[in-house]
Ligand binder design. Structure first.
Ligand code: DC
Length: 224
């Protein structure tokens, strides 16, 4: 029996709810692989757009999604996805074009299926790389990807506060519209999974949010 158990931490929430900041800090504190699944949906969106595939052309999306070859590189503690051996630059996956299209591609079941086993497989990648576990952020991590995760958190905040945060980051992003599409889709909608700890981050600093999560994790595995 290993002295320190391998743990999976699932963090779900809408755009600019505090997922990325908190999961990166937890990854540092507990030596976890950080996985931003939003970046995967963004990467797939950028790649399909580059190939001229529109989200409305379902047969073309299905055919292309089934053939994307995913790989993984490590950047610090974060998993970075390769598609066909290529990493799509951050500027491209965070562009306005991708912001405007990503929720439409993410609502297509075949796109989600194409990413499902890749995302689950990152737990094995984390073990190979000697991490103590995985902290994975997204919309369906605690509900679909790892419903048996050791820890499941759901972050939310008032839309006005989230828009303010995104504007401060300099992003051009209609987060309310993205959340509307992400929450109303049929497959794996954004929602607080049953049994997850729901945290309102509207008036709480990121340090406090992280402390609450870290305390919860520490009750099970001991301090970081
Ligand atoms: O976390 P983000 O805002 O970068 O995510 C971009 C989009 O990807 C988001 O609008 C919905 C989609 N997404 C998803 O459907 N499921 C996930 N697990 C992560 C992201």
């Amino acid at each position: 029996m290993p002295s320190s158990p391998f743990i999976i931490v699932a963090i779900d929430g809408g755009a600019a709810s505090g997922k990325s900041s908190s999961s990166k800090i937890l990854a540092e504190r507990f030596n976890l692989l950080h996985v931003d699944t939003g970046s995967f949906y963004r990467g797939v969106t950028a790649e399909l757009l580059r190939r001229g595939v529109a989200a409305s052309d379902l047969p073309a999306v299905h055919a292309a999604a089934a053939q994307l070859g995913f790989g993984t590189r490590l950047a610090g503690r974060s998993a970075v996805m390769e598609i066909g051996g290529r990493v799509i630059p951050d500027a491209e996956i965070r562009s306005k074009l991708v912001n405007d299209h990503v929720s439409h591609f993410a609502a297509i079941p075949e796109v989600r299926t194409a990413l499902l086993s890749y995302q689950r497989g990152l737990a094995g990648f984390a073990r190979e790389q000697n991490f103590r576990g995985v902290v994975m952020e997204g919309r369906d991590i605690g509900s679909v990807i790892f419903p048996d995760a050791d820890f499941r958190f759901f972050l939310h905040a008032d839309p006005a506060e989230r828009a303010r945060r995104r504007a401060q980051e300099g992003g051009q992003d209609s987060i309310t519209e993205r959340d509307r599409i992400d929450s109303s889709r049929k497959t794996a909608p954004l929602a607080c999974p049953n049994g997850a700890l729901s945290i309102d981050t509207t008036h709480v600093g990121i340090e406090q949010v992280v402390q609450l999560m870290a305390d919860t994790i520490a009750t099970k595995i001991g301090p970081a």
